[in-house]
Design a protein around this ligand. Structure first.
Ligand SMILES: Nc1ncnc2c1ncn2[C@@H]1O[C@H](COP(=O)(O)OP(=O)(O)OP(=O)(O)O)[C@@H](O)[C@H]1O
Length: 456
């Protein structure tokens, strides 16, 4: 019987050492992020802040009594979805949804084409669901940095996550959608709210868990929102006079580090990934954390070690040399193997056009994946701890969505472990997986918006 090696070669260890954040570095990240969040909230410093802390105009958490049928659109990553959400009770919610793939050419084409495509998908869906005649309220989950000026007005600040459509930055996205709907002329749609997916996630978890105060996404991108005191949300015009005590703040934490404050935890591989994205120099924190980039980071380490003959020695593979070819789902597959077993790992190696005859190479590949996913979870923990400390509460639930959190075998446990180590003793928290947060959350915000309109 062959003995499975368990030790990592010093050269491999050295290559990924930069991903292994220490407790002191994590504490420093929390400190720096706290500063940046305060800058985003304050009127004077907001214009130059990197973590923008946008006002969401959502001030009411769900009461649990919201009811009715709502349409929701979800645009923010790999797929575009249209949903019909029927809030029957707080435990009985019917959701019918349809996903549409956005052609990669559309990601960088004219914005008008993107919004016409969205309106067409909406029309298809309404036809299928026989909703053409009804003006059902619609909540639009739009997961890019938005400077909101009201619940139905949001100016796109910048595209992220691979999108770069022309003619949208600086425009009110709700108006662009409304215009596309009007160009068709066959739909009666009442857009009552635009929201970020983090806000939808928070709302949907708060519908059933009263303690939910944070919404987190770890999917294609990463971002979080939290419940702030209205008086601290200085960019809200009524921050001193609003009768409502709270405001959900869309942190847009992906941009943390765009001013260099995270350089002390970045690796040379992060700098290479950044250069090949459509938004170099932007979304620094997100690029260290989210699904769009984790696979590429692993690939870059692998390519580097292969060039030095330290892994898969003597093997060549066109696939591994090609950008973005190492999917982030491979990290979940590889780390799902039980220790000493390399079944998934071998499959991935073969999919990448490699043979991988040596167990040590598999061990090393797993080690690299663990380094990248652990750093992601550690940085995310830093972000969550920053928000919990900022709210100064002792008991909190966090609603979480996104494929990285959902499918990575250790992500939840890593967050629990590192958050516990970073938080002051005695603070209770739970991490809740959000089920269809964007859709449910959009419906809940639409329900509150309709109610608020009616009571005016
Ligand atoms: N099994 C998996 N393990 C880890 N990551 C995965 C897995 N499957 C997909 N991903 C990654 O998750 C990302 C997609 O995330 P998600 O499914 O949450 O959708 P999204 O709506 O596009 O993202 P976002 O919410 O950031 O807008 C992709 O980058 C993909 O590589």
């Amino acid at each position: 019987m062959s003995v499975v090696p368990t030790t990592i070669a010093p050269e491999v260890e050295a290559a990924v050492a930069g991903f292994m954040l220490t407790q002191a570095q994590m504490t420093e990240v929390v400190e720096r992020m706290t500063k940046e969040i305060k800058m985003g909230l304050a009127r004077d410093t907001h214009p130059r802040a990197v973590i923008k802390c946008f006002v969401s105009y959502v001030q009411d958490l769900p009461t649990g009594k919201e009811r009715g049928k709502y349409l929701a659109l979800d645009l923010g990553g790999s797929n575009f979805r249209v949903l019909l959400v029927d809030l029957k009770s707080n435990t009985d919610i019917d959701i019918v949804s349809k996903s549409f793939v956005i052609a990669s050419s559309m990601l960088s084409g004219p914005g008008k084409d993107l919004f016409d495509f969205i309106a067409n998908c909406l029309a298809d869906f309404c036809k299928e669901q026989r909703l053409q005649g009804e003006a059902i309220p619609l909540g639009f989950t739009f997961s890019f940095p938005l400077q909101q000026q009201g619940l139905t007005k949001g100016i796109l600040v910048t595209w992220t996550k691979g999108f770069s459509c022309e003619g949208v930055v600086g425009k009110n996205v709700v108006a662009l959608l409304q215009e596309a709907i009007e160009r068709r002329g066959d739909l009666k749609i009442n857009i009552v709210a635009i929201l970020n997916d983090t806000v939808g996630t928070l709302m949907s978890c708060a519908f059933t868990s009263r303690n939910c105060r944070i919404g987190l996404i770890v999917g294609t991108g990463s971002n979080a929102c939290y419940v702030e005191k209205t008086v601290n949300a200085e960019c809200f015009e009524n921050y001193q006079t609003s009768p409502k005590p709270h405001m959900i703040i869309n942190a847009e934490w992906g941009a943390f580090g765009d001013n260099g404050v995270l350089d002390f935890v970045r690796t040379p591989y992060d700098r290479i990934v950044d250069k090949v994205t459509p938004n170099p120099g932007k979304q620094t924190f997100e690029k260290c954390i989210s699904g769009m980039y984790m696979g590429e980071l692993v690939r870059l380490v692998l390519v580097d070690l292969m060039a030095k003959g330290l892994i898969f020695a003597g093997e060549r593979s066109e696939k591994i040399q090609t950008q973005w070819n190492f999917q982030t789902s491979y990290l979940s597959d590889i780390e799902s193997d039980s220790p000493g077993d390399f079944r998934n790992c071998s499959k991935v190696i073969n999919q990448l056009g490699l043979v991988g005859n040596h167990v040590r190479d598999k061990l090393h590949l797993r080690y690299i994946c663990e380094a990248v996913s652990s750093r992601s979870a550690k940085l995310c923990s830093c972000g969550l701890v920053t928000l919990i400390n900022k709210m100064n509460i002792n008991d909190v639930s966090v609603g979480i969505d996104g494929s990285v959190y959902r499918f990575h075998p250790r992500y939840h446990d890593l967050l629990m472990f590192h958050m516990t180590k970073l938080l002051r003793p005695g603070i209770k928290f739970e991490l809740l997986e959000s089920d269809d947060g964007s859709g449910k959350g959009a419906a809940l915000i639409a329900a509150t918006a309709v109610q608020n309109q009616a009571s005016k």
